[in-house]
Write a protein that binds this ligand. Structure first.
Ligand SMILES: [Zn+2]
Length: 456
């Protein structure tokens, strides 16, 4: 064999690197996946024995097995007995502060943001949006770097800034992180609010978060003058407003004012006719973030959840949070079971959000599955829960090529070994996660977390 000259050798290395790169992006292989039940992610019926072709990281054909022809040279993957659903989209987290053995602004680095996005991806989430708690400059830089392919495969990062009165906004724990990094845009008047929104629009930001909550009389609450100005100015720049409100009068006020996304569910009040009429009229998107108020699932010894925690952290959570359920819990459950189907029936457009990262124990990835199971426990069907975790958040975020299994969409999907339409907890039976047509190496990720002490 002829010895390769150095330049030719260099060319070969570059070529191999480019092939490896395109394979890791799912761009070069043509693959036919056949035999699985396909859950489309919108309201259409599942295809019981389906097939689809992935090429260039996208779905290029999809239908019943036998009706989809494999292009010449395609690799075939037998998924008989499996269920495939679109990868999920989480529109509400607080990324970067969780450290799994610590929590705070000192943890906020690009590496830690990436770690949280890898945790979301590990659990089948293709897009993760941080809401109101990410430093704007760093977040924009991170997005640029991720879009340029600088990071390992992970959930795609989106973010929006937050606005609050001085010393208002995030709850006491998150506030420690956001204050240290000067993240929240503090505004006192309508004019200040409009000016701040204009600076965001100038940076091409698409959404903004507001807090309208006095935390039981302990915080300054954003005034109607300010939130009306924010919503008006944001809409003038085609930006959306996500409004945190917990009390029923505040939820009414922000929906009436035109907030696009309502964040949280009322905690202790049943919905009334006035609010239901407002929901019917305005049809806001709505993210429940119920899970945060729950007794931790870590208390249930579910390996699906425990696998991505350090052992000591699990022990600490169990020692602190797994005592008897509070006497209030039954009442809270009853109100949720009453309210959640009413929000949805009136027209609130439910979208997946978890609040992961807002406190040390409420962590990334598994919380998405927890939230969905909470919806079903409170009266939704599994199919409604899956739509709210896939196609509807894609619609909210304007991600036209994500959120369903359909021709032309990105090949972001989860392979499950059980059917979540029968039991929503089957979204936890993850056999594989694909992002852009590339199979995520979940075993390697988990091994890496174990090596670094970030998982048990
Ligand atoms: Zn939140």
């Amino acid at each position: 064999m002829r010895r390769m000259t150095l330049p030719a050798c260099g060319l070969m290395v570059a070529l191999l690197a480019s092939i490896a790169y395109s394979q890791s992006r799912g761009a070069s292989a043509v693959v036919l996946y056949e035999g699985a039940r396909l859950i489309i992610g919108d309201t259409s019926a599942p295809i019981e024995s389906g097939a689809f072709v992935v090429s260039g990281g996208r779905i290029t054909a999809l239908g019943r097995s036998g009706a989809v022809r494999a292009p010449a040279g395609a690799t075939r993957v037998d998924l008989a007995g499996k269920t495939v659903m679109p990868a999920m989209i989480n529109v509400h987290v607080h990324i970067g502060y969780e450290g799994y053995t610590s929590w705070g602004a000192e943890n906020y680095t690009p590496q830690n943001v990436l770690d949280h996005l890898q945790r979301e991806a590990f659990y089948g989430i293709a897009v993760t949006q941080s809401v109101g708690s990410s430093p704007t400059d760093q977040a924009i830089q991170f997005q640029r770097d991720q879009d340029a392919g600088k990071f390992a495969p992970a959930s795609r990062f989106l973010f929006m800034p937050g606005m609050a009165p001085p010393n208002g906004g995030p709850d006491a724990i998150l506030l420690k992180g956001t204050s240290a990094l000067h993240v929240v845009y503090e505004v006192s008047t309508g004019e200040e609010a409009r000016a701040a929104v204009r600076t965001m629009a100038a940076r091409q930001l698409k959404s903004v978060k507001i807090w309208v909550d006095d935390r039981r009389g302990t915080y300054p609450k954003m005034t109607p003058e300010v939130y009306n100005a924010i919503i008006d100015e944001a809409h003038a720049h085609q930006m959306m407003v996500h409004a945190h409100a917990i009390a029923l009068p505040d939820q009414k006020a922000v929906v009436r004012a035109g907030a696009d996304v309502l964040v949280h569910t009322t905690q202790n009040e049943k919905l009334d006719d006035e609010f239901l009429a407002l929901l019917r009229e305005k049809k806001p998107y709505w993210t429940t973030v119920i899970g945060l108020g729950d007794r931790s699932e870590v208390c249930d010894n579910d390996p699906f959840i425990d696998q991505t925690y350090p052992a000591k952290t699990l022990a600490d959570i169990r020692a602190a949070s797994c005592g008897p359920v509070s006497p209030n819990a039954a009442n809270r459950e009853a109100i949720l079971a009453n309210n959640l189907p009413q929000y949805v029936a009136a027209g609130a457009r439910l979208v997946l959000g978890t609040d992961a990262g807002i406190t040390p124990r409420h962590a990334f990835g598994w919380a998405d599955h927890h939230e969905m199971s909470r919806w079903v426990k409170s009266g939704l069907t599994p199919s409604q829960a899956i739509v709210a975790a896939t196609s509807r958040p894609a619609e909210l975020l304007g991600l036209k090529d994500m959120g369903t299994l359909a021709v032309g969409k990105r090949a972001d999907f989860i392979v499950l070994s059980a059917n979540p339409l029968e039991n929503i907890r089957n979204t936890r039976e993850i056999s594989a996660v694909y992002l852009g047509g590339a199979k995520l190496d979940r075993d390697a990720r988990l091994a890496q977390w174990k090596r670094s002490g970030a998982a048990q």
